[in-house]
Design a protein around this ligand. Sequence first.
Ligand code: DQA
Length: 144
Amino acid sequence: MKILVINGPNLNMLGIREPDIYGRQDYAALTAFVRDVCDKLGVECECFQSNHEGAIVDAIQAAYGAVDGIVINPAAYTHTSVAILDALKAVAIPAVEVHLSDVSKREDFRHISYAGMACEATFAGYGFDGYRLAIEHLVKHHRQ
Ligand code: DQA
């Protein structure tokens, strides 16, 4: 089984950006965490991060026929991007949404998730552990 883990804008600034909200660990620590989870579950994984909406759409399209599941934290594009929603719907790869913070308890504009409309589940507010929960969800429901 192969999983693509997509992180959106400003998540490359983890550890620096608003540490009280997003924690003190950096993006390299997040990818190491994800790889460790995948190794333990015997899952192949690819991590992708971009600050650009179109690049995220391209990565989702390129995943068609190549991966069995997508874990996506679209970051700010969560709340704005119909293009990412449409890309997820186009490829129809099982997808799970993750947010480090609990977006439901933050500003109103963070309460809408377009990408989430194409996802089977959402894990928000669990920090890095949300990615583990998302990967475990995909393994449980989609490993052949
Ligand atoms: C985020 C929440 C978003 O509202 C925000 O724009 C982010 C990160 C999270 O992981 O908590 O960049 O997706």
